[in-house]
Design a protein around this ligand. Structure first.
Ligand SMILES: [Zn+2]
Length: 254
């Protein structure tokens, strides 16, 4: 599958790509990207998601053969840990209640260098399970791994793609992951092309004119927003010249 995706990525005319980059709030020509190709991440203890599922989600991006971006699990940590963390919110979800998950990155405004990230799963309003073993209940569950893979796309600097029709072959970076939908577990050529543009093997990445400025308001469900200052829970990073970009994964609408 990996080589097939790579071949498709090479064969696909560049004009067909629809992926978008997140960019610095002060310069739309500066894409957000990690400065190193191995990203350590930690998992908050007790979030109720098997580590194997979490690692499989990160591996889905690591295994893209035309990119050398890699992830390394740094362990299981207590609530409130700093660094790049995956967590779940059981109550008091602070974002759009329709959002199944949210990803925020702290980056240097001038360079776009991502310094840290936070992926939150919304266990307060939604149910996330392995839908391949069953998809019943109310609310209708979402597939944990598919949602995570989408959020990891935001973690590496991607915004939502503009090429989607609501079908099983839509890119994983389409604006939403529907309930019971495990098809987003696999990256599509548009996702692969995005990753390999931002993190090509042994070379500096670029957005190739596909950068997109984040909406100014916080109202757009399923979109990415930029917040200046006021990093609640991120006081260690609350320095001047840093920006906070948050992307939410809407359940419906938006
Ligand atoms: Zn999203």
């Amino acid at each position: 599958m990996r080589s097939l995706l790579f071949a498709l990525a090479l064969a696909w005319p560049s004009a067909a790509w629809a992926w978008e980059c997140n960019v610095s709030e002060i310069d739309a020509d500066v894409p957000l990207a990690w400065p190193t190709r191995t990203i350590p991440y930690a998992v908050q203890a007790g979030i109720g998601v098997p580590l194997a599922d979490i690692e499989a989600a990160f591996d889905t991006w690591s295994e893209v053969s035309c990119s050398d971006l890699d992830f390394e699990i740094a362990g299981v940590v207590a609530p409130g840990a700093t660094g790049t963390v995956l967590t779940a919110v059981e109550a008091d979800w602070e974002h759009d209640p329709d959002a199944v998950a949210s990803t925020a990155v702290i980056y240097v405004q001038a360079t776009g260098e991502i310094r840290s990230g936070l992926i939150e799963l919304n266990h307060a309003q939604h149910v996330l399970v392995d839908v391949t073993t069953g998809c019943d209940g109310a609310p209708i569950p979402h597939d944990t791994r598919a949602v995570l893979i989408h959020e990891i796309g935001h973690l590496v600097g991607l915004a939502h793609t503009t090429a989607f029709v609501g079908g099983p072959d839509d890119p994983t970076m389409s604006p939403q992951v529907d309930p019971c939908d495990a098809t987003k577990r696999s990256l599509e050529p548009d996702d692969v092309a995005a990753l390999c543009a931002l993190y090509p093997i042994g070379a500096r990445g670029a957005c190739h004119g596909r950068a997109v400025r984040a909406p100014a308001s916080d109202d757009e469900a399923g979109g990415c927003t930029t917040t200046g200052g006021g990093f609640a829970g991120w006081s260690v990073f609350a320095l001047l010249l840093l920006g906070l970009k948050t992307c939410r994964n809407a359940r419906s609408g938006g």
